[in-house]
Design a protein around this ligand. Structure first.
Ligand code: BGC
Length: 449
């Protein structure tokens, strides 16, 4: 294929980066993650979120970097525990802070894409049963209403929940995130509650946000972010590998992707209590589909390590396979929700920024191909603007277009070559020879790491 010919993206395509509050802000002491991080042994390397990137203080400067790189959009999350530290009590200083944050983005000409739940919970939510309690659905809908009313004049793009399936499996099945439970039945219940909460918040936001922030005729566009993982048998001839991969694909990808299409929650894994119910108001409760895509796992049944990377494939620093074709396929799956797809996350942990520039280019190519095949992609938000607190992996996964030293969060942000690749893409809104020049010409497939 001719990789130097200019290949354009659709007009008004949103280019930018994504972050989440707890991972970058620092000092989020009123949520369940902060409390979890204080326990010995739960965070790789022992360093918790702490001051993180001090983005709570440095947001204007960080956004200026993104704007200078041509980003026209930015995804961030509002920290529920800051805004509502006690039930029904909204903190005026936190509200003023997020107005400043959103105002800063608007002044720089960047469209905010605002997530309401990105894994963290106020302590009062966690202590009242968290996402296993149906009451949390009501509390979240109230929070969504508050945010839509308060920030609706600045925000049109709302993302209700981030990755219900990752949130649930990490916290309730693998038990490596709070509340550290290991019970698949309870994990399925949590996914179901998050999907229901999405449906409730969808209607609450449309009800409460009547202000069109940018005059494009839409006061609110509401979606959620789904983490799509390619899951395939390690040994294609092995019936059990294939069967397990099939079940995992169904519960992890398809069931969640189809919930707003059918209005039905249908979650099942062998050995766990299935959750099957029709949810009033969930069908059609989606204006756009948020796709988070990172990797493919090979399923190895009956093994201590049930998921492994494809042997010989290029890997990121966390051992995740970097496979552009998987992104193209994930975009097609996302399109089955019947709505425009917004890539709410895609990125590569790469402390040395060695593989990432080329990976970014090849993923942009894969996305361009998917668009040419008919997938309505509205934008691409790279994970992440800054190196940040990578949950249980601590500071080991460095995803930032801008490097941050966690020991010196007041120090300079270090621009990477990947930042330049994305900047060229965003400015040209096309795959041009200049983009490829910044990315390097050695194809990922030709690398041997
Ligand atoms: C999450 C991010 C995380 C990223 C990389 C996604 O699952 O939404 O919070 O940092 O993956 O692991």
């Amino acid at each position: 294929m001719n990789t130097t010919r200019e290949r354009r993206f659709p007009d008004k395509f949103l280019w930018g980066a994504a972050t989440s509050a707890h991972q970058v802000e620092g000092g989020n002491t009123h949520n369940d993650w902060w409390r979890f991080e204080q326990q010995p042994g739960v965070i790789r390397g022992g360093r918790g979120s702490g001051e993180a990137c001090r983005h709570h203080e440095r947001f204007a400067e960080d956004f200026a970097l993104a704007a200078a790189d041509g980003h026209g959009a930015h995804r961030l999350s509002l920290e529920w525990s800051r805004l509502e530290p006690r039930r029904g009590h909204f903190d005026a200083a936190a509200v003023a802070h997020y107005h400043e944050v959103l105002g800063a983005l608007r002044r720089l000409g960047m469209t905010p894409i605002v997530t309401l739940h990105h894994f963290t919970n106020p302590l009062w939510i966690a202590d009242a049963g968290g996402w296993e309690s149906r009451d949390t659905i009501d509390r979240f809908a109230e929070f969504a209403t508050f945010c839509a009313r308060e920030f609706g004049g600045e925000v049109d793009w709302w993302c209700t929940v981030n990755e219900p399936e990752v949130f649930a499996f990490r916290g309730w099945s693998e038990g490596i995130w709070p509340p550290a439970v290991r019970d698949n039945s309870r994990a399925l219940g949590v996914i179901a509650h998050q999907l229901e909460a999405h449906g409730r918040a969808y209607h609450a936001i449309h009800e409460a946000d009547r202000l069109d922030a940018d005059g494009d005729g839409h006061a609110a566009l509401v979606g959620f972010a789904k983490h799509h993982v390619q899951l395939e048998a390690l040994r294609p001839w092995h019936p059990l590998d294939r069967l397990v991969a099939h079940f995992e694909r169904r519960v992890f990808n398809e069931a969640v992707e189809q919930a707003t299409v059918t209005g039905r929650i249908d979650l099942a894994i062998p050995g766990a209590r299935p959750v099957r119910r029709d949810v009033p108001g969930l069908k059609g409760a989606l204006d756009w589909f948020g796709l988070n895509y990172y990797t493919r796992w090979r399923v190895k049944s009956l093994a201590r390590e049930p998921h492994v990377a494809t042997p010989g494939a290029p890997l990121n620093d966390l051992g995740w396979e970097v496979w552009p074709e998987g992104f193209r396929r994930a975009l097609h799956s996302a399109a089955r929700a019947g709505k425009p797809v917004l890539v709410t996350e895609n990125g590569f942990a790469d402390a040395g920024d060695t593989l990432r520039p080329r990976a970014l280019f090849e993923f942009a190519e894969a996305m361009h191909r998917a668009i040419a095949e008919g997938v309505p992609v509205a934008g691409y938000l790279h994970w992440s603007l800054l190196d940040n607190f990578e949950w249980a992996d601590g500071w080991h996964g460095r995803f930032g277009l801008y490097g941050v030293d966690p020991a010196d969060p007041r120090g300079p942000r270090r621009r990477t070559r990947s930042a330049e690749v994305l900047a060229r893409l965003a400015r040209a809104n096309a795959l041009t020879p200049e983009v490829e020049e910044a990315a390097g010409r050695v194809a990922l497939g030709a690398r041997r790491d």
